[in-house]
Design a protein around this ligand. Structure first.
Ligand SMILES: Cc1cc2nc3c(=O)[nH]c(=O)nc-3n(C[C@H](O)[C@H](O)[C@H](O)COP(=O)(O)O)c2cc1C
Length: 350
């Protein structure tokens, strides 16, 4: 389905007012102790809704106590966290905007100082290189999850998804990208398990597969987005050996579950992959017939062209939405859009 960036877009019974998506962005504004979000966060998302975003995907939200990788990360595993998110969804739903909760577990890229004394968990006891965001200590060597714990985690994803729907979200995005927990299962460098979750690509994708299977029980399949990336935040040089095999295997799982939304993540939309002549989005377009979200340093004019040329169905903007709560209005009016504004300009915007 082609159209303009401002035309509405249907995914089953979910109608977006336009094709403009606010990309998920961690802000670290939640209460660090309780993982609850407050009225400032409701106001932050509410503004982007009031000014006309079609779909907001929230910052990564921790699915359980061990899912956090820095300070100020919200959660969706306690009753009070659910109640706090209700204020956000109610604020956003005053307008026509839809909002998905991004379900997140960072796995090994964390530290016991963030996790109330608990050791980070991962598919295998393989440490990450680098430092914990804001804590500035090296990532701690993770504990390898037992087979039973992996199944418990799959349940945690399901419960978090159920909680998100109870909090009034329109859907969820499963964060399987950027080198976090699900991606740590997928990558051969971070997974040397001997059980059904390690070894072949099919086995390494089983964790994602089973999470989708469970989440589908509590969220309609047209309201589940999957975020995938080649890039890993803790391993800048990482590339897929055979991108086509990887993308087809992933889209195979999405299709098997009849999911409708894929959200591949890259820093620069259109860049060709190192081991393929195509970009990540081109590969998805080839292997995947359903809704595709484009993202990655997209210039607004380019965004409109991507939709008109049917390269993707929705366009996500990240940083531009931080500095431009009124991004959609500016796009419609063809106004200046910048990553940088003067203090006076910002005061007018907020
Ligand atoms: C401050 C910041 C926080 C981010 N946090 C997340 C996150 O929680 N989950 C996620 O999937 N991507 C996250 N991203 C990546 C964005 O969703 C997006 O893919 C990236 O910023 C590229 O889009 P842009 O060039 O339009 O900003 C973050 C990006 C930024 C700038």
């Amino acid at each position: 389905m082609t159209g303009s960036i401002f035309s509405d877009y249907k995914i089953g019974n979910l109608t977006l007012d336009n094709r403009i998506v606010m990309a998920p962005m961690t802000r670290g504004f939640a209460d660090n102790e309780t993982g609850e979000v407050n009225y400032l966060i409701a106001d932050y998302y509410g503004k982007r809704a009031r000014y006309g975003a079609g779909l907001i995907i929230t910052e990564g939200i921790a699915i359980n106590e061990l899912a956090k990788g820095t300070y100020g990360i919200p959660g969706i595993y306690t009753h009070r966290q659910i109640l706090s998110w209700k204020k956000v969804t109610q604020e956003v739903h005053q307008y026509k905007t839809k909002i998905f909760a991004q379900l997140w577990h960072v796995g090994r890229v964390s530290h016991q100082d963030i996790l109330k004394g608990y050791t980070p968990v991962a598919p295998s006891a393989i440490g990450a290189n680098g430092h914990v965001h804001r804590l500035r200590k090296p990532f701690q060597a993770p504990k390898s999850l037992s087979n039973l714990e992996v199944y418990q985690l799959i349940d945690d994803y399901k419960q978090a998804a159920k909680n998100a729907m109870e909090a009034g979200f329109d859907g969820v995005e499963i964060h399987a990208a950027h080198g976090y927990l699900i991606d740590q299962f997928i990558s051969e460098k971070t997974n040397d398990r001997q059980d059904e979750f390690g070894g072949s690509l099919q086995n390494r994708l089983r964790f994602l597969d089973l999470i989708i299977k469970e989440v589908k029980e509590v969220v309609p399949k047209n309201r589940i987005s999957i975020r995938i990336s080649e890039k890993k935040d803790d391993d800048k040089g990482y590339v897929w050996e055979c991108p086509e095999e990887m993308v087809c295997a992933i889209t195979g799982i999405l299709s098997k579950h009849q999911l409708k939304i894929a959200h591949p993540s890259v820093d620069n939309y259109g860049d060709t992959l190192q081991n393929d002549q195509r970009s990540l989005h081109e590969l998805f377009r080839q292997c995947w017939d359903e809704t595709l979200i484009a993202v990655g340093n997209i210039d607004p004019n380019k965004g409109a062209a991507i939709i008109e040329e049917n390269q993707a169905d929705l366009i996500a903007f990240g940083q531009l939405f931080i500095t431009n709560p009124d991004l959609v209005i500016r796009l419609r009016a063809n106004q200046k859009i910048s990553l940088y504004y003067s203090k006076e300009q910002l005061e007018c915007l907020h």
